[in-house]
Design a protein around this ligand. Sequence first.
Ligand code: PA5
Length: 445
Amino acid sequence: MISLNIEKTLGFISKENVFAYEAQVKAAQEALENGTGKGNDFLGWLHLPSSITKEHLADLKATAQTLRNNCEVVVVAGIGGSYLGARAVIEALSNSFTWLQDKKTAPVILYAGHNIGEDYLYELTEYLKDKKFGVINISKSGTTTETALAFRLLKKQCEDQRGKDMAKKVIVAITDAQKGAARVTADNEGYKSFIIPDNVGGRFSVLTPVGLLPIAIAGFDIEKLVAGAVAMEKACGKDVPFAENPAAIYAATRNELYKNGKKIEILVNYNPKLHYVSEWWKQLYGESEGKENKGIFPAAVDFSTDLHSMGQWIQEGERTIYETVISVEKTQHSLQVPSDEANLDGLNFLAGKHVDEVNKMAELGTQLAHVDGGVPNMRIVIPALNEESIGGLLYFFEIACGISGYILGVNPFNQPGVEAYKKNMFALLNKPGYEEESKAIQARL
Ligand code: PA5
């Protein structure tokens, strides 16, 4: 189970003021439960963990097994909410180096459809040339350009390389039940497909097949992941008293910090495997709260790596930031610092200590230095990098995001701002149907 500590924000804001949010948090939770708040047609994530059935997990695991049996590499094609959750979990749980080793126990998971890089796609298709690969085409709308473009390339290559029959076996679609090109293609080709529920938005979809299928293919236990989320659904439920509900406290604290001029939240980790959890979190909070000219800017750093780059800014730059640290209590492996006779690096004082003891002192020392430098600090502790903890952490951030967005007064479940670039891009590319926009944009150039 995760725990949250806000003690090191209290020199900057008062506990009293944080607890003054209790009524607002309660109202936000009631609105979520009763579906009476903004964006109430997108609340399918709220009780998603506890509503996932054994049959659904078995179906996902069977499909995962088919791809595991037939693929050395599986490419996850998706962008934003249709890829970040899977990547966050897979990278958090994976050994950092097995994908480089010859002997593998699971297919290598690669990603596409999350950029429009010609070199990236060229290099990916080259790499796949002698590989038995499969593709998961993930798109709720089924029409996202980045994903559709990558899938067009990958589908053709898979069919050419592996034959139409095998391609049918190793291409899976995760999309809307009825609409969109991804649905039509899946039905026409006879691909196995999974549905993204209408009432679950992309950034809240990690516990749907969008996240669960790639995670299962990578060899991780989706039952435990869901169990971790179910435990957190209980721990953050609307009847849990404010003081005992970590999501309530997190939502209240960040809103109080924002009110006091702390406009940027930096999510900090001390474990490089959490890099993509931060990427997922950035999308969750950025897309949910950044609207109506409001919203905390979600940023992220990997420490201690970034202490050697962003550390200076955080210590002494403009005082508009606060930090939320994700601390992992226990490592998966044990490694001690060896003693060295010559001791030329002067590190013998660490001999016999675990590497993580050094990391934890870096964490504590940094927290104290940053607080001294004017940066409020929250700390989320998870027991270990395992399925239960990560499942719990993801749900914690989702429910806190819903509460926090309602406190801020925005609709946390839409993303109208994402359309602006698409309209311009289509106009510039002369997409049929965009004739007027094309003329208007050409006149501006
Ligand atoms: O959270 C969101 O809604 C977005 O990030 C979408 O997930 C992203 O744009 C991909 O959309 P789609 O799944 O329709 O391809």
